[in-house]
Design a protein around this ligand. Structure first.
Ligand code: ADP
Ligand code: ZN
Length: 731
């Protein structure tokens, strides 16, 4: 090596590729050499694959067969911090390194030389012949004082066809130039005045600023009721980070939430940040990936995968609505973005802010134990007060079958309609009805591929499986007994509730918000904005509406089935219900008008329902913590879920039993294994699923034991094993 971290031409380098191999591959450094961390293209068999120079080569392979790196890509080498993060994240989640590298390179053509596009600006000659269309083009360019546009933009702005523009270029009235496609993001100005903070908010913002200036790792739980100004406070931390010349990342749980947030960022800093999410175009992803790596994107707002971007100098990570279950990725690499944010920050010396009105028990416990700092905003901003929360005892209500809105709730909605205010009816179920039942034989229509019922989606005129996404036309005859026209929907979903609301309130404008009702994130954003401005009187929504949207005219929230989440054996059932109910109720009364939340329940005496209504949050957390502690489950114990799957149920169980018998490595660390048992959803996409659950004490070296345990058994053929550390849902 010439200098630390540089390999001269011909030296052996160990390359990590995105291919599913268990080891680094040796290559020779190319002409001109390469840096440790360099993104490279290497030959693998007949193919060229992407890789990163990860270490010196091992040289334990036939030296005469070692090939050379094809080329070093035009991208900044991966920094040591990110390499360390990927390694530690892989160890934690028991994921292979190639899968981690794929997460960190999710942008196409990221090593290509910067691609160019044509742009058009004003030239120096007048055209020979002036037409209306030509005059409009020139006028647009003059109006924008020297700015250049792409062909499409200019044609749209001037309302002309592209041939008009091309004609002007020929006449030299316009100049056509090449410009790089991956433009840096506009600078954000942290010194533009923010809102005048309340005392509470200012104290919290100061504490965050002091933390940032220490330039050391630290995590802060920022707890505050919805509307208390958490966002205002953490924007001050973002401002401080930008002043320090470092980069900030804001993670949001839902793409639909970003619209409102981006507008606030623009108002605060004078420009829009980089926006990283699954809806972004490939070109935009590539631009963000490159600009983040060059430090030309100061702030990234995005979904959980933004955590794997190659930041040059990451100083702050905000995890907004940190309790949200969508931070856990449930496919591919099973990781929790909240925990990984803390890991990455610890490695690169950044600060983390976990913001929530209803923190996860994990974060609450870490704050109690002093591992996290805690800041609390108690009041809502301005005159807004927390909604008055009450139960509607459904045992006392006279409700026809096939109806879900109780008379009491109906009267409360009517009052809002008279006052010109909005009401939200919440049900956490997509589709029209969860069950389609044959009245002749009692058969419930299920999915062909999964152990799940088909859910009627009346707007789509189809039945849909929520596990595999399969849809079929709504049948007219029973698939089991063949009876004609005897299939009936049973139970409510969001679409059916809409039907009921329309019937009860024919004058009202009813809007339905459910994730599968909108073709695109953009359409959903537009609908949310329109509703916020008063575009609907009654909103019917799934948990999509529970997350942070601002509906200033909303003063009533009616929860159709507050008991729904309490069923089932999930260890987080109580926590989730508590969070969701508080979150939904928090939608009411965000502006000047006081709000009310009404919870329809058949068990008003249930401890969780009472805790929700009583409002003594600390008491709820303490009770919940005590129960988990007694049971030795997270966050007071460790857990891992093992899901085995395959097309043949017998083979899957055989594998499960073999693993359960070979539990030596687990017993060595005092861990216990439960199962095998059919997973709660015992079949998905034709594959049978069997689950084992491993429980260990808090400090036990669980990953190491799991690795040794699963390595004992060979997984053959069609069988699959996946390990889920700290499982969040049990399906
Ligand atoms: P949270 O993130 O806790 O839900 P937000 O930061 O979104 O709260 O604040 C709720 C509303 O109150 C927003 O419209 C916000 O702009 C406004 N707000 C909060 N604090 C202030 C302040 N100090 N001055 C002016 N408006 C504020
Ligand atoms: Zn299915």
């Amino acid at each position: 090596m010439q200098s630390a971290g540089f390999f001269d031409e011909g030296q052996l380098v160990g390359v990590l590729t995105t291919q599913p191999l268990d080891r680094l591959l040796d290559y020779r450094a190319p002409e001109g050499g390469c840096h440790l961390g360099a993104f490279v293209e290497v030959p693998l068999g007949p193919r060229k694959v992407l890789g990163v120079v990860w270490a010196p080569g091992r040289g334990d392979y036939d030296l005469s067969k070692i090939r050379a790196v094809i080329r070093v890509l035009d991208a900044a080498p991966m920094r040591e911090e990110l390499r360390a993060f990927l390694t530690r994240a892989a160890d934690y989640t028991l994921t292979r390194m190639p899968a981690m590298l794929r997460l960190a390179t999710r942008a196409p053509g990221l090593g290509d030389p910067p691609s160019m596009r044509k742009i058009y600006r004003l030239g120096h000659r007048a055209p020979d012949r002036m037409t209306d269309a030509r005059a409009r083009v020139l006028e647009v360019l003059r109006d924008y004082g020297g700015l250049a546009f792409t062909l499409k933009e200019l044609a749209e702005l001037a309302g002309v066809t592209s041939s008009v523009i091309k004609g002007l270029v020929k006449q030299q009235a316009l100049i056509e130039e090449d410009s790089p496609r991956d433009l840096p993001f506009p600078r954000l100005d942290p010194d533009r005045p923010g809102k005048a903070l309340t005392d509470d908010q200012a104290t919290a913002a100061d504490a965050l600023r002091i933390g940032l200036r220490s330039e050391r790792y630290g995590t802060t739980l920022l707890k505050g009721v919805t509307g208390s100004g958490k966002t205002e406070v953490y924007l001050e931390a973002v401002a401080e980070t930008l002043r320090m010349g470092r980069q900030a990342l804001v993670l949001l749980p839902e793409i639909a939430l970003t619209a409102e947030f981006l507008t606030r960022v623009e108002a605060r800093f004078g420009a829009r940040p980089a926006e990283w999410h699954s809806g972004a175009t490939m070109t935009e992803r590539r631009r963000i990936w490159r600009m983040v790596g060059q430090g030309e994107a100061q702030l990234v707002v995005g979904a959980r995968s933004a955590l794997f971007l190659p930041f040059q100098s990451l100083g702050l990570i905000i995890v907004d609505e940190e309790h949200d279950t969508s931070y856990k990725q449930e496919e591919g690499v099973l990781y929790n973005a909240r925990d990984m944010a803390v890991l990455r920050a610890a490695i690169c010396g950044a600060r983390v802010v976990l913001a929530s009105a209803t923190p996860s028990l994990e974060s609450w416990a870490n704050a109690q134990a002093g591992k996290y700092d805690k800041l609390e905003l108690t009041a809502r901003f301005g005159d807004a007060v927390l909604p008055d929360m009450r139960a509607i005892d459904m045992r006392q209500e006279a409700l026809q079958t096939g109806r879900w809105i109780s008379p009491t709730l109906q009267r409360a909605v009517a009052v809002r309609m008279e006052r010109g205010e909005q009401a939200l009816l919440f049900i956490n179920r997509r589709g029209y009805a969860p069950v389609t039942l044959c009245r002749a034989c009692g058969h419930q229509v299920g999915c062909e591929n999964c152990d799940a019922r088909m859910v009627e989606h009346r707007f789509l005129k189809r039945l849909m499986c929520h596990q595999c996404g399969e849809t079929v036309p709504i049948p007219t005859t029973c698939p089991s007994c063949g009876a004609e026209d005897r299939l009936a929907p049973v139970g409510p979903g969001v679409e059916r509730l809409t039907e009921e609301a329309v019937a009860l309130f024919p004058e009202a404008r009813v809007a339905t918000l459910s994730s599968d009702m909108f073709g695109s994130a953009r359409a959903l954003k537009a609908e949310i904005e329109a509703i916020g401005k008063g575009g609907a009187d009654i909103i019917i929504g799934t948990q999509l509406v529970a997350k942070g949207h601002n509906f200033p005219l909303l003063t009533l929230v009616g929860v159709i089935d507050a008991d729904l989440g309490l069923q089932g054996s999930d260890l987080r059932a109580a926590e989730r219900t508590f969070q969701l109910m508080r979150q939904v109720a928090g939608r009411a009364g965000r502006a000047e008008k006081p709000g009310q939340a009404l919870l329809q329940t058949y068990q008003p005496e249930h401890p969780v329902i009472r805790a929700i209504l009583g409002g003594d949050e600390e008491a709820f957390w303490r009770a919940e913590a005590a129960e988990r502690q007694a049971a030795g489950v997270p966050p007071y114990g460790r857990m891992a879920g093992i899901i085995l799957s395959g097309p043949d149920v017998g083979a899957v169980f055989d594998l499960g039993n073999a693993l359960a018998r070979a539990d030596g490595p687990l017993r060595q660390i005092g861990a216990q294994v439960f199962g095998p048992a059919p997973a709660p959803i015992a079949r998905i996409r034709g594959r049978h699923r069997v689950r084992l659950l491993v429980k260990a004490a808090k400090g036990a070296p669980l990953q190491d034991a799991l690795a040794r345990w699963t390595a004992q058994i060979q997984i053959k053929g069609d069988l699959r094993l996946s390990v889920d550390i700290d499982p969040q849902s049990f399906f």
